[in-house]
Ligand binder design. Sequence first.
Ligand code: NAD
Length: 507
Amino acid sequence: MAANLNPAVLTESLARHLCGPCWQSATTLLGEMSIDLPALAEDKKVNLKQALGAALAGQSDKFEQLDTFLKARQLMSDGPSPYAVRFKLPPTPNESTGEKFLAGAKAKFWGVAQYVQDSKLALRALRHPTILREMTLALPIGGKTAFVYGVFACYQPISPSKGGIRFDEGVTRDTVKALAFDMMIKNAVGNLPFSGGKCGLRVDNTLLTREERELLARTFIRSMGPELGPRRYVPGPDMGTSDLIDVMADEYESVHGEWVPAVITGKSIARGGSEGRPEATGRGAFHVFQSYLREHVGRHSFPNGRARIAIQGFGGAAQPFAELASKDSNIVAISDRYGSMYNEHGIDVTAAIAAVKKTGRLPEYNGPTDPADVLFLPNVDVIVPAATEGQLRADNASRVTAKLSVEIANGPTQTDADEILRDNGVVVLPDVLANLGGVTVSSFEWKQGLLMEEWALATVRERLETSMVGAYTRVSAAQQRHQVDFRTAAHIVALERIVGQLTPLYR
Ligand code: NAD
């Protein structure tokens, strides 16, 4: 295998290539290597990307040939594709996806108005974002100018607002509005001192060079002007930006001529980041899971007292959850984008994490071919969707046999599927509660920045647990008081807090 060649990166690059104009040459090459991708995809009823992952699993001898192929097409980072391909002009993502996402987020919130007194004026105030800004960033690159579209939205019952900045080709005005709206709800459920904000720049992040991404990050910080600040909008990492946070902090400090660590979160420890951030989402989800089990002891009976857990997606958020949960439960299935792994007696989670860190892949693929199918395995007590949105839908939700779902991913369950799960007696600990740990520790980073303090890992962990158990307790109390599901209860908790923040201002 070529030196430092990461199979996950290679598969990702090739999959991108398969969808692009070089489809013909890519399939010819795979044909020469006896990989008939369309036939494999058809046979396994998976998409081309999944078929590619399955085909390449364990065939490292082929990587070098494929790597050479990609390099020759200048798709790897050391040979950028032509400027016009990298900065698509003008890109046109499907606007309706963002519209639906936004409508769904708002419908759920408006739907709980009946449970919250005096919510009318607050809801009227939140019909539109407090701030909505579309922007065009002009980047001088290679003697030409590239124009990049961006959006900043915040729903701001109180200041500051918090929510990530993403570089992604799917960015639209409504997607960013929906993400900001979701952040407002999440921050309110967690009793965090923020409202909701989000920023997105529409670029195909994977096609840009490191220098171009840095230039984009710095240009973005300058273009935000006074909108950005420790008491205004405090961004953090989101899709495509986690490795650019230090650069953005540096740009802000250069412009303002002072050290302002609270302006952005997700920084490296050396530049004022917080201990415990990488593990925070999984750890937080574990505290919610544990709190639920403690409260409902006796409701679920597990073989030998150990819950059987299946996890879809085994990335940065899922791994700490799996590690902690495996002490008292059996993690019987895990999946990544290439396939899944199964062991009815419990997977060795530590070994699986080590393999993913080393190769970007699970150590073996002996479970269902379609990675989503771990959610539908029989003999599973708990499912943990931790991959991506929209995995449980009206067409598959009735296949879930587990009785508890812990949502680490954002939006893994569509509204219709939620109803099916509820009717089938599946309890859902929703994303706005279960994956709060990340933003909670980001709020700790912000506080440490304001106070110029450095908290030890043990302090961060202790405060995270207190915060997550507190959030669970508030949501659980609302769930019992109103006899609703946990998602509805979490929205009630959020609306109550926001009404409390806004009504003193209105008559
Ligand atoms: P990640 O990129 O580290 O890992 C994603 C994992 O999901 C990988 O194992 C990938 O192979 C797998 N995957 C992708 N598509 C899949 C599919 N269709 N089927 C099965 N597996 C698939 O991402 P992450 O940071 O772990 O985030 C995972 C989810 O958690 C996302 O929805 C994210 O928005 C949400 N989340 C993450 C954080 C955080 O702090 N990381 C915070 C809140 C919410």
